[in-house]
Design a protein around this ligand. Sequence first.
Ligand SMILES: [Zn+2]
Length: 69
Amino acid sequence: MDRKPFQLGDIVEMKKAHPCGTNAWKVIRMGMDIRMKCTGCGHSVLLPRSRFEKRMKKVLVQADPSATE
Ligand SMILES: [Zn+2]
C-alpha cells in the first residue's frame, strides 16, 4: 500500500484560500478525484488528485476516526 499524506476526513489547508476567506477544507471523497468541502461556507469542489496534491499545503487536522460526520 502506498502511503498518502492525507486521508478521508482530514482538514487540509490549500495554497489559495477560498474566496469566502476560509482556508480549511475537509476531504470528503477520495478516488481518482478528490472532493473537498470548504469548512467556512460549505461549498464543495472536485479536483483531480494530481491537482489537489499540488494545491494542498498541509494537513491541519487529521481525521478523527470517532467523528461521525
Ligand atoms: Zn468557502
